[in-house]
Design a protein around this ligand. Structure first.
Ligand SMILES: Cc1cc2nc3c(=O)[nH]c(=O)nc-3n(C[C@H](O)[C@H](O)[C@H](O)COP(=O)(O)O)c2cc1C
Ligand SMILES: CC(C)CC(=O)C(=O)O
Length: 358
């Protein structure tokens, strides 16, 4: 159990306090912040609090089974690690390798961020089941080289982030003048060969979040890889339906943890309309504000196959490297097991949407 001089950790929120104590305040702000007024950042958690769970009784079963699979990948519980950039800011010695080790040991899927601070090959060497998150770069030759590297490293799916035609306006970052990674830390996947412009030093400035990216790019990607493709950042049911017609294999209902367009709705509030639009044709995942086992249960009941966890993983990493991430996952697993039991569900699939009332 991670303990600092005056803090014991009982839940995921406690880990944020530990991380705040340990991190450089500028990096803490980078991880914690949302866009502009942080309305969406707050809304994600507030919406989970607002929804109530209705338990079913006297179901007469044993402890719930948490394990299952998502897009053919086994997972010991319906919780994935959301892609988050720059883990060496939280744990300088190992960065994403520590996160990947903890995910592997917990038997859960890690979505490795394209903007990781060690390479995807290094993450794969430390990790278990990995999916690779991609910001499609207008330099399609370079994008394809990243896809090939992710395939060769054994990644089992591509997660294309589609909520970032530009970078969200982060005012905490502006106030802290945090616009570059510190010396010695790079976007490791962006270095080396593959770019048509020959720029290859892994500087953040070389990453393009471009409004030119369109459905045509998704169709292009569908043609260059056989890996399952998920779109991350879907909030409109018409987009969800179009994604399915484009041959996309899964969707992540996400507002990027409130870091892109501020004042978007909470993700859990969008899940039902997206689930209706998709009608079970592809698995739906959700991220944003998941902090408790009861939050996971609400998302599962409303139609998600699994959820993904962003900041709490970073708090665990900052608090104690792989051990900290392992503790975050283990706390959430215990809570999820308890919440399912109290809801009368012997597995995630036994939950029904009438068990969530708003
Ligand atoms: C510090 C930080 C960095 C992130 N980096 C990325 C990224 O590189 N790519 C991406 O698709 N999403 C990124 N995200 C968004 C997460 O994948 C996820 O959508 C969000 O964190 C979920 O919300 P939560 O933090 O409330 O759990 C980042 C989020 C944070 C907090
Ligand atoms: C550098 C950013 C594009 C990484 C990111 O997605 C984020 O910080 O939310």
């Amino acid at each position: 159990m991670i303990r600092t001089t005056h803090m014991e950790v009982f839940n995921l929120r406690d880990f944020e306090d530990v991380a705040r104590e340990k991190l450089d305040p500028v990096y803490y702000d980078y991880f914690a912040s949302g866009a502009q007024d942080e309305v969406t950042l707050a809304a994600n958690e507030a919406a989970f609090r607002r929804l109530a769970l209705v338990p079913r009784i006297l179901r007469g079963h044993g402890p719930p089974r948490l394990a299952g699979s998502v897009l053919g990948c086994e997972s010991s519980m319906p919780v994935l690690l959301a892609p988050t950039a720059f883990h060496r800011l939280a744990w300088p010695s190992e960065g994403e390798a520590a996160t990947a080790r903890a995910a592997r040991e917990a038997g859960v899927i890690m979505i490795a961020a394209m903007l990781s601070t060690i390479t995807i090959e290094e993450i794969a060497a430390a990790g278990g089941t990995l999916w690779f998150q991609l910001y499609i770069q207008p330099d399609l030759g370079f994008t394809e080289s990243l896809v090939r590297r992710a395939e060769a490293a054994g990644c089992r799916a591509l997660v294309v982030t589609v909520d970032s035609p530009a970078l969200g306006r982060n005012e905490r970052g502006d106030r802290n003048d945090f616009h570059d990674l510190p010396p010695g830390i790079f976007c490791a996947n962006m270095r080396g060969s593959g770019r048509s412009d020959g720029r290859n030093d892994g500087h953040v400035r070389q990453v393009s979040l471009s409004p030119e990216i369109s459905w045509r790019h998704v169709e292009w990607l569908r043609g260059v890889t056989r890996l399952p493709i998920l779109l991350k950042g879907v909030l409109h049911p018409a987009d969800a339906a179009q994604a399915v017609s484009c041959g996309v294999d899964g969707l992540i209902v996400s507002n990027h943890g409130g870091r892109q367009l501020d004042t978007t709705p909470a993700t859990i509030d969008r899940l039902p309309v997206i689930a209706d639009a998709v009608g079970g044709q592809v698995p739906l995942l959700l991220d944003g504000g998941v902090r408790r086992g009861t939050d996971v249960v609400k998302a599962l009941a409303l139609g998600a196959s699994a959820v993904a966890l962003g900041r709490p993983v970073l708090w665990g990493l900052a608090g104690g490297g792989a051990d900290g991430v392992a503790q975050v996952l283990s706390l959430l697993r215990r809570e999820l097991e308890n919440a399912l039991t109290l809801c009368g569900a012997d597995s995630p699939g036994a939950l029904t949407k009438d068990q969530v009332v708003g």
